[in-house]
Design a protein around this ligand. Sequence first.
Ligand code: ZN
Ligand code: MN
Length: 481
Amino acid sequence: MEFEPLICFEVHAELKTRSKLFCSCAVDPDADPNTHICPVCTAQPGTLPVLNKRAVEFTIMAGLAFNCRINRRAVFARKNYFYPDLPKGYQISQYEHPLCEDGYVEITGDDGKPYKVGIKRIHLEEDAGKLVHEKGYSLVDFNRAGVPLIEIVSDHTRNPIRSLKEAKEYLETVRQTLQYMGVSDCIMEKGQFRCDVNISLRKKGEKGFNERVEIKNMSSFRFILDALQYEIKRQSELLKAGKKIVQETRLFDERKKVTIPMRTKEDAPDYRYFPEPDLVELDISPEFVSLVKEKIPELPAEKVKRFVEKYGISRSDVLILTKQRETADYFERCAEYTSNYKRLSLWVINELFRLLKSDSIGIKECPVKPKAFSELINLLSDGQITEQIAKSILEEMFVSGKDPSEIIKEKDIKVIQEKDVLEQMIKEVIAENQEIVEKIKSGKREAINFLVGQVMKKTRGQANAKLVREMILQQLDYLSL
Ligand code: ZN
Ligand code: MN
């Protein structure tokens, strides 16, 4: 009996606003505990929330990017529950009237075709504070209390996610899109991108739905996929044995890689939602929506398509270059100074990434300026320097931030300035080695390597061997060899 999983996500992403959702405290995940708090976000009596307009714009941007309807009327609601990190005793969220509804996220499905994962809603709400548990006591940090969050809820009835691979693809697409728009940094280690996931199984070909299990508060893609994999195994064994799945919330034990029961449907909290009386209803005009729409930059899928067409590089390389917007921007700034896009992309992906990785820095902090990087690519493409020399120059550029020409001058690297010089050397080598030339002409093609070696010797190894080989063949009029 074969089962298929149906998966849906509730993704919480912290918005990249400068201030919190309802007060002017700064959003700063790296600040010391309780240094960005005020009477509003610590819920002192008599305080009132004032809505952050930018957070509304960001939510609408996400709604538009994920093909949602932007509701004209949106209403904040109180979600009541008690927890030490929630000073008001309720969270201001949106319930019956969220900002965005009925969209989709397009991913590549398991069959290789585009698949539109249904999005039920995207709403705006505030984050809670953070508890830090020490031995024997707990501490609370309210810096995070009131930080704006969007909650993106995927649909389990309309094109749900059907496999672990699609789950990964979905999460990556959502995160990448939010990062591209500057809506959220989505750094999982900082809790800026958190997931709850629902999963149920059904027999392949079946239409109905079985009971769902929810796994709460997952903080890494790896853990999410491990937890889902465990649930698929657990639920299919139960179903095969003719047993029922209990609708419940489970927790993932990251060490043992198993899920454990947390609470059943019966003890699910009753949040007693009601409209937030301290905030007015939102009236989102179509004009406001169009203004927000203009702020959306080129999104990943469009960028991939354009890069493939404009630069003629392979789709797999383009996917690597466009994974982060900053990398794509860097590549495009380089592309203004060279026309050898293929070599440029290879050198960004292989050489530059290697250096960035070994220094653990991002492309934003890259000490090699695009113009200088392309200058190096051009020297290499013109056959003026060898790959080996280009690599060592790049390493030097990475440390000193100097231009390749400066380094070549300083280190007295002998550059083969002109093809003419090389051509002259090749002529000499051919004249000095007539018997070898005869061998080549009589069909011993491998003898060409000897001539290449002789030319390389004359250039003290500083010419491009591939180019030398081509030029020898050209001179011997044996291009077809
Ligand atoms: Zn505050
Ligand atoms: Mn939520």
